[in-house]
Design a protein around this ligand. Structure first.
Ligand SMILES: Nc1nc2c(c(=O)[nH]1)N[C@@H](CN(C=O)c1ccc(C(=O)N[C@@H](CCC(=O)O)C(=O)O)cc1)CN2
Length: 283
């Protein structure tokens, strides 16, 4: 896969944005290999994702950022540029359930997910051997139900120590406190085991069984202070019937959870997800 610079932009919509960005790159011999645009009629905002061959520009990432800044300021852009050759540092977090964690570890091990996994953090020691088999450090950080502050202070310290830019909650079953949600806004990804907004909170399959649903699902979303209400990245569903017990739903649901979480994480790793309030634009 050729190395590209991924430019993502959100700004007030107006005529000339695409032309200006295109002229900037063509003026420097930049070779655009992907270009996605979306004009949101409701909010009047414009969203863009351009991938430019790194070897087509006469300068590197930092100089690209410097040269693009005047355009970004002129158009009031929220923007970032990432180098596809620099893998994101992704810390995985889990509790006792293994299916989502093991699935992500396997996809990483088989080079299907292009990222670095500096470590895994869990509030239980249960999954240590599964993680260490992959040669990845495992941090067991217990939770004191009476005072969770020490747990989250340690989690934050580990994230900072490893300079992680993404945190994936792979069925991690603790509610992230507000200050961490704010600190890592748009960087913490969760898999909720229901088709949100249905069945938020704990035990969604039990809630679904009580409701008599004919579809179960999973939702990959960014974590915010409000539980299971963050911007949705990806979702999917699976049919079930009256024959299925809640145990069947839990078993069947695991396949949807793994697929949706992996798709959502891949979209994030490839800088295809742009935040738009409490929604997302996924190119
Ligand atoms: N601030 C947020 N934290 C978390 C979110 C979120 O959206 N915002 N998603 C959850 C995941 N989750 C469902 O997908 C979930 C996890 C845990 C709970 C819960 O009630 N946990 C109890 C403790 C349970 C235990 O100790 O076994 C609690 O924290 O008091 C509800 C939903 C991840 N975090």
């Amino acid at each position: 896969m050729e190395r590209v610079y991924r430019l993502t932009i959100s700004c007030p919509d107006r005529v000339g944005i695409v032309a200006k960005v295109g002229q900037f790159f063509s003026g420097h011999g930049g070779w655009i290999v992907q270009a996605n645009h979306y004009s949101d009629p409701e909010s009047g905002r414009f969203f863009m994702r351009h991938c430019i061959r790194a070897d087509s520009l006469p300068f590197g990432l930092e100089e690209l950022k410097e040269k693009f800044t005047p355009i970004a300021e002129e158009f009031g852009m929220d923007w970032q540029v990432n180098d596809s050759g620099v893998p994101k540092k992704v810390i995985l977090m889990a509790s006792k359930e293994s299916h989502c964690l093991v699935d992500l570890l396997h996809r990483w091990h088989s080079k299907e997910l292009s990222c670095d996994i500096p470590c895994v953090i869990s509030n239980h020691d249960t999954l240590r051997s599964l993680v260490e088999w992959h040669g990845i450090p495992f941090f067991h950080v217990p939770v004191d139900p009476a005072d969770k502050s020490e747990h989250f202070a340690r989690v934050n310290a580990i994230v900072e120590e490893h300079k992680a830019d993404t945190i994936v909650l792979a069925r991690y079953m603790q509610i992230i406190p507000p200050q961490l949600c704010q600190r890592y806004h748009g960087q913490v990804i969760n898999i909720h085991h229901s088709f949100l907004p249905s069945f938020v909170g704990a035990k969604p399959y039990h809630q679904a069984a009580q409701r008599g649903v004919k579809l179960i699902g999973a939702t990959c979303h960014y974590v915010t202070q409000e539980l299971d209400a963050g911007p949705i990245i990806d979702q999917d569903v699976m049919r079930i019937s009256h024959n299925d017990t809640v145990e069947d739903m839990v078993r069947l649901g695991k396949d949807v959870e793994k697929m949706v979480l992996a798709r959502g994480v891949r979209s994030h790793l490839e800088d295809r997800v742009l935040l738009h309030g409490n929604k997302t634009i996924v190119f």
